[in-house]
Ligand binder design. Structure first.
Ligand SMILES: NC(=O)c1ccc[n+]([C@@H]2O[C@H](COP(=O)([O-])OP(=O)(O)OC[C@H]3O[C@@H](n4cnc5c(N)ncnc54)[C@H](OP(=O)(O)O)[C@@H]3O)[C@@H](O)[C@H]2O)c1
Length: 369
């Protein structure tokens, strides 16, 4: 006797969560492409899983199909975080075409691809091949795994995350600007993970001069995922003696400036791409637009309160990652946000809690505007 097992909704949600985990594992590694995850299910078991390859190709679905046998694929269900592409890759075939020819019988997709080469067209190809398509499955949760990619399409700028190690009383450094170390080693390691998951990391000339940071990811095995370094240095005050220039991998780093003093340009190393922004008023917005054009989807900012506050006031910060330690520094320490000159409580800025974790004696909080 053949027992027909129906996959109930909670099980389907579990499978899509497995696909989300795959997408999360690829965050920060896929270049200009979205980080997509997928799992293949048969008889209520996950029989295969894959994600977008480093650099963005092959896509997740191609990676998955290539590791399965014809027999395994026949009659299976695919759970994928983003609509399969309808545009052809280097192999001359799109993921929608690959799936159509694979024997997969149904597909659950979390989000529509905003890329016009695919948007809706991937679903069309699949439906024409008589595959049952279930779009918008856990759409809101799925959105979070590719939020920077979607932001680039909707607002022509990256998702911007400000990162602060703060004391229990909300300070980022002592009065004398010393800040090593406010947070625990475990927190700092996760900070490096955030770097690896970002496409770009931005800081200021002031923080470079004060802290001389390297801004690389120094977790074993993840060094190669160090993000593109970006420095806001309006008056071209830096020079190649700072560590940030020395520890750059082969990729360039970008310096945004507003200086007409061309003689200072020679102080910068060859791999620094000096970008002059004429418009002083919209300087910060122009930086984000330029980064979006360079396909930076997720931008991490590690600066002090002056720059962070300017970005917040310009409505250019989407979320803040706080590493709150157990130390009390006192009111003479440097705050993470400067004066906002609010007159009523209703004008205060509110940040939703998105995620929290405990790292040793610290609490990590991700909050979003
Ligand atoms: N605990 C932490 O997580 C953490 C992280 C990073 C840094 N810090 C600490 O923060 C301290 C530095 O803080 P800070 O407030 O003095 O400096 P900051 O916020 O890092 O940087 C100030 C810089 O922002 C630029 N700037 C200000 N307004 C701007 C605008 N509207 N458009 C473009 N650029 C603008 C200024 O550029 P110009 O020079 O061109 O005016 C200046 O260089 C350091 O001592 C460091 O230890 C702590």
């Amino acid at each position: 006797m053949i027992v027909k097992v129906s996959v109930d909704n909670s099980l389907k949600k579990y499978f899509m969560h497995q696909a989300f985990l795959e997408a999360y594992r690829a965050l920060g590694t896929t270049g200009k492409n979205p980080n997509v995850g997928c799992v293949l299910v048969k008889n209520n078991f996950v029989i295969g899983r894959a994600r977008t390859s480093p650099g963005g190709r092959p896509h997740a679905e191609e990676n998955l199909i290539s590791q399965m046998s014809k027999k395994e694929l026949k009659g299976s269900s695919l759970f994928v975080t983003l609509e399969p592409c309808a545009h052809k890759g280097v192999n001359g075939i799109s993921c929608a075409d690959l799936i159509s020819k694979s024997g997969i019988k149904e597909i659950y997709v979390s989000n529509l691809d905003p890329d016009l080469r695919t948007s809706g067209k991937g679903f069309e190809v699949l439906r024409k091949s008589r595959i049952n398509v279930y779009p918008n499955f856990l759409i809101n949760e799925g959105f979070n795994y590719n939020i920077g990619y979607f932001k680039n399409f909707s607002s022509n700028r990256p998702l911007v995350t400000l990162k602060f190690a703060i004391s229990l009383d909300g300070k980022i450094a002592l009065k004398n600007k010393k800040s090593k170390w406010i947070s625990s080693k475990l927190s700092r390691n996760f900070g490096h993970m955030l770097r690896a998951q970002s496409d770009g990391i931005m800081t200021t000339s002031t923080t470079v001069k004060d802290d001389n940071p390297k801004l690389t990811c120094r977790l074993n095995g993840l060094e190669k995922y160090s993000p593109l370094k970006i420095i806001v240095d309006r008056e071209l005050q830096l020079n190649d003696s700072f560590s940030i220039f020395k520890n750059s991998n082969s990729t360039k780093l970008i310096v945004y400036h507003n200086s007409n003093n061309k003689s200072k340009i020679k102080n910068y190393p060859q791999n620094a791409d000096l970008v002059y922004i004429k418009n002083k008023k919209n300087f910060l917005l122009f930086i984000l637009k330029d980064l979006s054009n360079r396909k930076i989807k997720n931008l991490l900012i590690e600066s002090g309160a002056t720059f962070g506050s300017e970005m917040i006031k310009a409505n250019l910060i989407d979320q803040i990652a706080f590493f709150r330690s157990d130390k009390i520094i006192g009111n003479d320490g440097l705050p993470f946000v400067k004066n906002l000159n609010l007159k009523t409580m209703s004008n205060s800025l509110n940040m939703k809690l998105i995620d929290f974790k405990i790292f040793d004696k610290d609490i990590y909080e991700l909050r979003r505007f």
